[in-house]
Design a protein around this ligand. Structure first.
Ligand SMILES: Nc1ncnc2c1ncn2[C@@H]1O[C@H](COP(=O)(O)OP(=O)(O)OP(=O)(O)O)[C@@H](O)[C@H]1O
Length: 250
């Protein structure tokens, strides 16, 4: 099972430091880790830095991997649509990234399986340019999954999805990471999703880690006040699950 940890990781855009000295404990595969924090905190930049799409100081330690840094996949927040390709072609292209062009039956079967799991098999031969925002987001998830990453960095993967799809996708990702041992980091703004689906949570604010650990220990009224500037409660709902109830902004 893959694991990763970050040691003094930083990132700059030009002369501006956006991430500084980000350290984490060992993030193990087999579960979901939420990365939360206000707008512009540095969550996407952290993912890009882990995926080596932007440079900076510090070290991303990876262990127990078969693919090394090749096994890290970043699913961006904005999923640009290439109108020329169909859904199926775009997912096939993603599956073949970094390998030869010969297509095996097993690879086609895997694409069918992933499209089926995400309930978008009916979109397979539609052009990307004619999809809704939510449909495009599901295709983007499919493109990431067929690459069979060991570490998957999902940048707000449910932001365009309806309620049914949000919980379907997060439940599916939780089962998939448990079965495959993949490490999944998910940037989220919906803290109730973090509480329900993510074992651990990392809070980024102003480019640094403010808190990290088991989600239920990290998402507290104090954290919400200091990081998000809201007065809020974390209370058990009628089913006994903890939920965030926001009362007012400060
Ligand atoms: N390519 C870039 N060039 C210069 N500055 C950038 C670039 N990308 C991001 N930034 C800046 O870096 C900071 C962190 O941005 P980032 O996208 O990592 O935040 P985020 O936590 O993902 O935000 P959000 O929740 O709004 O998506 C912001 O101030 C942003 O303006």
């Amino acid at each position: 099972m893959v694991s990763l940890s970050l040691e003094k990781v930083g990132a700059n855009y030009g002369r501006r430091t956006v991430l500084l000295d980000v350290n984490t404990g060992v993030l193990r595969g087999g579960g979901l880790t939420a990365v939360i924090g206000p707008n512009a905190a540095g969550k996407s930049t952290l993912f890009k830095r882990i995926a080596n799409l932007t440079s900076g100081p510090g070290t991303v330690h990876l262990s127990d991997t078969a693919k090394g840094s090749e096994g890290i996949c970043y699913m961006p927040q904005d999923t640009g649509a290439n109108a020329v390709l169909t859904v199926y072609e775009s997912v096939l292209l993603s599956a073949k990234q970094g390998s030869g062009w010969k297509v095996k039956d097993a690879e086609l079967a895997e694409i069918d399986r992933v499209l089926g799991e995400l309930r978008i098999a009916d979109l397979a031969f539609r052009g990307l340019g004619e999809l809704s925002g939510g449909q495009r987001q599901l295709v983007s998830i499919a493109q990431a999954l067929v690459r069979k990453p060991e570490v998957l960095l999902m940048d707000e993967p449910t932001s365009a999805l309806d309620l049914f799809r949000q919980i379907e996708v997060l439940g599916f990702m939780k089962r998939l990471s448990a079965q495959s041992g993949m490490a999944v980091l998910i940037a989220l703004h919906d803290l109730n999703h973090a509480l329900r689906y993510c074992d651990d949570t990392i809070v980024i604010s102003g480019g640094s880690v403010l808190a990290s650990g088991p989600t239920h220990d990290v998402i507290t009224a104090d954290m919400l006040r200091s990081v998000y500037r809201v007065e809020a409660r974390v209370e058990a709902c009628s089913l006994g699950r903890p939920v965030v109830i926001v009362d007012e902004s400060l």
